[in-house]
Design a protein around this ligand. Sequence first.
Ligand SMILES: NC(=O)c1ccc[n+]([C@@H]2O[C@H](COP(=O)([O-])OP(=O)(O)OC[C@H]3O[C@@H](n4cnc5c(N)ncnc54)[C@H](O)[C@@H]3O)[C@@H](O)[C@H]2O)c1
Length: 232
Amino acid sequence: MQKLVVFSGAGMSAESGINTFRDSDGLWEQHRVEDVATPEAWARDPELVQRFYNQRRKNILNAQPNLAHHLIAQLQEQYDVHVITQNIDDLHERAGSTQVVHLHGNIRLAKSSGPNAQYTQEFYPINGTELDFKQDQCPAGYPLRPHVVWFGEAVPAYEKASALAQQADIFVVIGTSLAVYPVAGLVHEIPAKCKAYYIDPKADYLRVPKQYQLIADTAVNGMKALVKQLLD
Ligand SMILES: NC(=O)c1ccc[n+]([C@@H]2O[C@H](COP(=O)([O-])OP(=O)(O)OC[C@H]3O[C@@H](n4cnc5c(N)ncnc54)[C@H](O)[C@@H]3O)[C@@H](O)[C@H]2O)c1
């Protein structure tokens, strides 16, 4: 079976009603990113950070996978499909994708906020939508924080994602501005013979090399067009 690797960003979930980050004028759900998505923000005001992610978790739980998530899951019948996502939502999994790498974490899970939080491999499922800064603690007594990679933190899953990109026969980039490093570098790691596509309304060759075929459309329309091409 050929290996088809999908690399998705926030635009993947836009048609599920989850806001992207850079399309909203640098404001992320009415907050400046520095106020909610950095280790400094957590040090300054952990309750604000916790409230922000509780609200996002609620939005994500209320959202449904869109047709593009479903079409990717259906491709598992013909291909060895791996999804590498920058998204912290679980919409790929809920659509039925079984091999998903979360580069920036998974909002349904919590981890310790202790000294080595960015590298920990111990995660705790969150029941419902709320994490409570004062009550929810790891066994060592540190408050639990969302399993989210904040700006300025390490990306421990990058190595696994990089290995997948290097083995891809088909590589599909969807709904990402490719502005967040190091993960945006993945688009350069694919083999020369790999067939590559970039689906995004703003797709252009400033963001990806000429090896990529541009599909300048939304995730849903773009995936429909791609499936048609792959099956023809
Ligand atoms: N759903 C989520 O979990 C979520 C939401 C917002 C931001 N984030 C995180 O913030 C960081 C931002 O980087 P990013 O590149 O993923 O997002 P980004 O906000 O920087 O870029 C979004 C991209 O999506 C495209 N887009 C907008 N509507 C689209 C649609 N309907 N279909 C397809 N593409 C569409 C835009 O043109 C843009 O290129 C990432 O770490 C991301 O995971 C995650």
